[in-house]
Design a protein around this ligand. Structure first.
Ligand code: AMP
Ligand code: MG
Length: 499
């Protein structure tokens, strides 16, 4: 099973690889090699992700790149591991999970020295001791979805793991039907999850719990290391980052789909893209994950689930923090932090520079109107930026998103009054709004078209879509159809946990 190290890879791929996570005691992981991927080929790779680690995109088409990021050849000095973690899935304690198909190759220096080191992780690189009943593989369909969404979220300015590449193979694995496999290379400073902490707490191993907490604090939160109670400071900071992340998701209409504690990043990043979705016809109770029959992870549940997950983390850190009171203190600002961030984002989305009384009423009325008319979330905010304050007769593109035209007219009137109240200038407001309200998001049907082409070995659409989504705020008039309302068949698309 041992893959040979590539001796001359440094010449083309100057990655000096270490593995800080693997310097932890052995109970945190299992050392193992990726399972070779038969006859791998490049599906797509992201130059902007490559830039994070100083990789020249010229190397994407090389055999070495494909061999390395399929897991077939190891970077010299790489000592890969699969990490153990546990978690709560759909609100229930699920016990031990772990990297069942992800293998951490190690970490490399970020090209931006401030960013420290970045871990390289192969997803779909074969079975591990944590695979349980799974085959350790990921299918091309879900790999493309994770790849595109990681890069799209980064371009939207939302904290996320990144995706360097998708490497495909003709190897088949069984899902609902047989599907071909792929390996995604993911990049993040760390893939430690809330569930990594829960694992030690529920195994009553407070020694390892402390080792993990100290590793994460010292490596990723060094500014907290000297706090009077570093575990309290750590929980408070993770809580804040999670609250802010939830506000960013809500503001762009992103739905994760599986907010289990094992899918919650300890760095406050969006990780583990599965049955995610972007809100289209606005429906706050929308459930993007077809498997989530109870709607636990519906759009409007995300903020409170984020809070619930922080509590689950707090529970595990309690033995280190020392008291229930101090633990609750670290968690107590979640709602306020979420609300404050969302409020700031909503003001920006509406192009409002000041905070005025009754702004929340304007927002509530807007959402009620959008819900009543099933207005497209992305198009609404984008077109709102084009609204001309003194020319209601030019409202048609925006107004046409509403069944309730009268309702829209009366809301638009309120909005215009609100703009006047802060002497808003259309041109300035338009620029500001177009830099926060994306024109292009990864609509399910767009991903589906790219996936279906890729399943026929045409990867051009994956690449094209990635490039469009790398500039979500730019007009890109030549790609305007990628910003249109979804076609009728899109409403029949079902996205499940199957991946
Ligand atoms: P997810 O729902 O993708 O976050 O996965 C939950 C758990 O199941 C994690 O421990 C994964 O590693 C594991 N898992 C999911 N799919 C597979 C698979 N095909 N093979 C092995 N483990 C898997
Ligand atoms: Mg997961």
């Amino acid at each position: 099973m041992h893959a040979p190290a590539v001796k001359n890879i440094a010449a083309v791929m100057p990655l000096s690889i270490g593995n800080a996570f693997a310097a932890l005691p052995p109970e945190f992981y299992t050392r193992l090699m990726p399972t070779p991927l038969p006859a791998p080929y490049l599906v797509d790779a992201s130059a902007s992700a490559a830039a994070l680690i100083g990789l020249d995109p010229a190397i994407f088409s090389s055999e070495q790149f494909v061999e390395t990021f399929s897991g077939n050849q190891l970077l010299e000095a790489s000592r890969p591991v699969a990490a153990v973690y546990s978690g709560h899935q759909f609100g229930q304690w699920a016990g031990q999970l772990g990297d069942g198909r992800a293998i951490l190759l190690g970490d490399v220096p970020a090209s931006d020295p401030v960013a420290g080191r970045i871990e390289l992780q192969l997803k779909g690189a074969g079975a591990t001791p944590y695979s349980r009943m799974g085959d350790g593989r990921a299918v091309l369909r879900s790999s493309i979805r994770e790849f595109l969404c990681s890069e799209a979220m980064a371009a939207l300015g939302i904290p996320t793991s990144r995706a360097l590449s998708v490497i495909g193979s003709n190897q088949l694995v069984m899902r609902e039907t047989p599907e071909t496999t792929a390996v995604v290379t993911r990049l993040a400073p760390s893939f430690v999850r809330f569930g990594s902490f829960e694992h030690w707490f529920y195994n009553k191993n407070h020694t390892s719990l402390k080792v993990l907490a100290d590793y994460v604090i010292d490596t990723f939160y060094p500014e907290l290391a000297g706090a009077e109670n570093r575990y309290h400071a750590f929980l408070a900071e993770v809580t804040k980052r999670t609250a802010h992340l939830m506000a960013q998701w809500q503001a762009v209409g992103f739905m994760h789909g599986v907010m289990n504690t094992d899918n919650m990043s300890i760095l406050g990043l969006t990780i583990d893209y599965g049955p995610f979705g972007f809100m289209e016809a606005y429906d706050p109770s929308y459930i993007c994950n077809h498997t989530d029959s109870q709607g636990r992870y519906a759009y409007n549940m995300q903020p409170q689930i984020g809070h619930w997950n922080c509590y689950a983390l707090g529970q595990t850190l309690l033995p280190l923090i020392g008291s229930v009171e101090a633990t609750e203190d670290a968690l107590k600002n979640y709602q306020a932090q979420y609300a404050e961030k969302l409020d700031a984002l909503l003001h920006a989305k509406l192009g409002l520079q000041t905070y005025q009384e009754n702004d929340d009423k304007l927002f509530d009325a807007m959402f009620a109107l959008m819900q009543g008319s099933h207005a497209d979330f992305t198009l609404f905010f984008r077109r709102l930026g084009d609204l001309q304050s003194v020319h209601p007769e030019t409202d048609a593109p925006l107004r046409d998103l509403f069944i309730d035209r009268m309702g829209f007219d009366s809301w638009a009137q309120q909005y215009r009054l609100r703009l006047t109240a802060e002497n808003s200038i259309d041109a300035t407001r338009r620029l500001a709004m177009h830099s926060i309200n994306p024109k292009y998001v990864l609509r399910n049907y767009l991903a589906q078209i790219a996936i279906e082409k890729a399943q026929k070995k045409d990867y051009s659409e994956v690449s094209k879509l990635r490039q469009i989504l790398e500039r979500p705020f730019d007009e890109q008039p030549e790609h305007a159809r990628y910003a249109e309302l979804p076609p009728d068949w899109a409403s029949k698309l079902e996205v499940s946990c199957s991946s």
